[in-house]
Design a protein around this ligand. Structure first.
Ligand code: SF4
Length: 451
């Protein structure tokens, strides 16, 4: 997962982009970058770290221009190195290209091998660089047409913002795996991974960029932006995990409120796996909160904040590497004894991936919080398959649900009972336009593309 943000026409484009990236920090914390342009020349700043650390005032002041694109990185392909930070900025025969990518290309390795055999020299191990090499090799001399030709050769997930000297281009892959939205700010277009970024900068949310859509904004006349659908039509498969876990609850995703969707998941979960006789419903904060509210509302069991989260440590699932996951739970989550002591507690969480966090948390709730019983309810189906479309799920062997029954998982995490939202229940509680669907491969193993 990553975040992208772009603005086509504002005298302080890089500062607006900086603010937008701030609101999208939850989508990637390894590094951040901005490419802006003025008088046809690019300016770039990319560093490791959080958005607030990367962009000092002097760095922002050097990012001149009325158009900018930005990125926060969380690696799925390529390691956490400086060369892999985005937006990538490269020169080609038709001029410079800045590119910010959220997603993952499933045929990047094969394309890289072919391009290297034909003489291309890669500067990063980032799948996004493949797109630039394909553009550079195109016979098309117009960057927009070269981009279309390049994207027709890649498979997988991409929501992209591309900046060249006279255009800002936003494009989403035909399946629509990763989100991308269009807003309006002081009469000009803005683009973001999630609408929460528009709220922060004061832009108005206009609409989702549709799967397979390309929007081209001429920098000289941003109001004359043009929308086309240059790719072969395919099934639309938006990522359902965005709705469950990744997107911020204050965002509008797929034209629906994330908060409301998550409350609905909690309601259906309570229907499917009621915890009869329980005393209190508590969420695993922050992302389990809306589902726990829905569960409590439907079941009639009182809701309480029985766990407090420290905000000074990152999300365990999103930080790559095993080390931080192993010691992170107690640093991050602590029970509120007064809310759970001696009680039969329903703990609502939005995912259970490796099970290590849940196991430690349940022990902590019993040992430190004094909970009498702990009943775990997950507002998603069991995660049994890895994602190849831009979410850093573990390999199949690390996914508890790929090799364990629900009873074995319950036993492993030490819960008194365990219930997951069914895939049917999940899909019934979110509606899309007729004929459009979701990717749910990490639950079902049904990958929309060849892997
Ligand atoms: S495999 Fe899962 S996380 Fe990946 S795009 Fe599909 S639903 Fe989303």
């Amino acid at each position: 997962m990553c975040a992208i943000f772009g603005v086509g026409s504002h005298k302080e484009a890089s500062k607006i982009t900086y603010l937008g990236l701030h609101a999208l920090q939850h989508r990637g914390q390894e590094g951040a970058g901005i490419v802006s342009t003025t008088d046809g020349e690019p300016h770039v700043c990319r560093r490791k770290g959080h958005v607030a650390e990367v962009f000092t005032e002097s760095a922002l002041n050097r990012l001149h221009g009325s158009a900018a694109i930005g990125h926060t990185r969380y690696s799925t392909t390529g390691g956490n190195t400086m060369a892999n930070l985005q937006p990538l900025l490269m020169k080609s025969s038709f001029g410079w290209v800045g590119i910010a990518h959220n997603g993952n290309l499933v045929n990047a390795a094969a394309l890289t091998q072919k391009l290297e055999a034909e003489g291309s020299i890669f500067q990063s191990t980032n799948d996004t660089e493949v797109i630039i090499h394909l553009m550079a090799r195109s016979r098309e001399r117009d960057p927009e047409r070269a981009l279309i030709e390049a994207l027709r050769q890649v498979e997988g997930a991409y929501s992209l913002l591309v900046l060249v000297k006279d255009k800002l281009i936003a494009v989403r892959d035909p399946y629509g795996f990763r989100p991308l939205v269009l807003g309006e700010f002081l009469g000009g277009p803005v683009f973001a991974s999630e609408t929460t970024a528009f709220d922060l900068v004061g832009a108005a949310y206009k609409r989702e960029i549709a799967p397979g859509e390309m929007v081209v904004v001429p920098l000289e006349a941003p109001k004359n932006m043009v929308s086309t659908f240059p790719f072969e039509k395919t099934l639309k498969r938006r990522c359902v995990f965005e709705a469950i876990y990744f997107a911020r609850p204050d965002s509008v995703l797929y034209d629906q409120s994330v908060h409301t969707m998550r409350k609905d998941f909690g309601r259906v979960l309570a229907d499917e796996h009621p915890a009869l006789g329980a005393d209190v419903v508590i969420p695993v904060p922050d992302s389990g909160v809306p589902a726990a509210i829905g569960f409590a509302e439907r079941s009639g069991i009182p809701f309480d904040m029985g766990i407090i989260r420290s905000h000074y440590i990152g999300r365990t699932f999103i930080e790559p590497g095993q080390a931080i996951r192993d010691f992170g739970v107690k640093l991050k989550l602590n029970p509120v004894r007064e809310a759970i002591q001696g009680k039969k507690v329903v703990v609502v969480d939005d995912s259970l991936v490796r099970g290590t966090t849940s196991k430690k948390l349940i022990k902590h709730l019993r040992d430190t919080g004094g909970a009498k019983e702990v009943h775990v309810r997950i507002s998603a189906p069991p995660t049994a398959y890895p994602c190849f479309y831009g979410i850093d799920t573990p390999t199949r062997s690390e996914l508890l649900a790929s090799s364990h029954s629900i009873e074995k998982i319950r036993d492993y995490i030490g819960a008194d009972s365990l219930g997951y939202l069914s895939l049917d229940g999940l899909l019934k509680s979110i509606s899309l336009k007729s004929g459009e669907g979701f990717c749910h491969a990490c639950f079902s193993g049904e990958y929309p593309t060849p892997i």
